[in-house]
Design a protein around this ligand. Sequence first.
Ligand code: FUB
Length: 332
Amino acid sequence: MKKHTLRLALLSLLIGATASHAQNPLNFGSDIKTADPSAHVWQDGKMYLYTSHDEECQQDFWMKNWHVFSSEDLVNWKDHGAVLSVDDLSWADNYAWAPDAAYKNGKYYLVFPAGSGHKDRVNPEKSTKWMGIGIAESDSPTGPFKDAIGAPLWREPYANDPALFIDDDGKAYLYFHGTNFDYYVVEMAEDMRSIRGAFQKMDMGGYEPKMEGPWVFKRGDKYYFTMPENNRALAYYMSDSPAGPWQYQGVFMEQEHNSNNHHSIVEYKGQWLLFYHRWLDTAASSCEKRQRHSAAEYLYFNDDGTIQKVRRTERGVADFAERVKSVIAHKD
Ligand code: FUB
């Protein structure tokens, strides 16, 4: 009996310890529901997450604003609030979907999809929904951001899920999800207020599944184009150039609950990190459905540059600060 009680006590201690170290979903200090986290590390050495914001129990992805969060240890996050809202736009009133951000010319840019109208799921021909991509700027990484041109960057094709990649030579490339325009890239003009040149169809090596939410990053001299394949499992391509040709490498995070995922990848303090969202049951919620929450995991590469499979964990990057400290200690 005594042995059994001791075992139980040890078990609850262990569960308590694990729970207190659980860091997924990320703790933003409130029960705000966030999705589509785009991670960036700016000159001040902090990690910034630009996210979309699901209203409680949201229906059909009607979303109104974008938030920014910052952290230095990936455990304690500061919510800088809604840094831009569809109410600030003259050309859209809904669909504040997956944003991204960039730093160029001494300014911070928020690139965001927004739109108007309704999607008619029963009679799609009656749908009036339209989406485009806007660009907003600020002197601060935490905004507030101001719509830089008072219009979308273009009206056709229908597009959302922008990802901005600034290469080492300062050129800015914009990737996105577009109707009949997936796997296209377009350069941004130097002042970031318009696109430069034509949309370029990228060579994806003959494999072009349905996708949304692209992300591009560089590691060493290799470029990575990552995306949720069929809007679900995270998959990637590699290339020697930001515009391809790309070679498909496979899935690095499996799908969960047949639900969408949206992600970003960044190196911070020597660790490669994957930010993504999970659809989780929310106990204290007024609706009986899963809602989206931002989460993070470590990302590991093989010697040949390929990405190792990532599992979703509750612990996430809870030990980030200790890890960074121990890497520094081992270097000394
Ligand atoms: O958050 C709204 C939409 O859901 C995003 O734009 C897609 O990538 C998916 O995550």
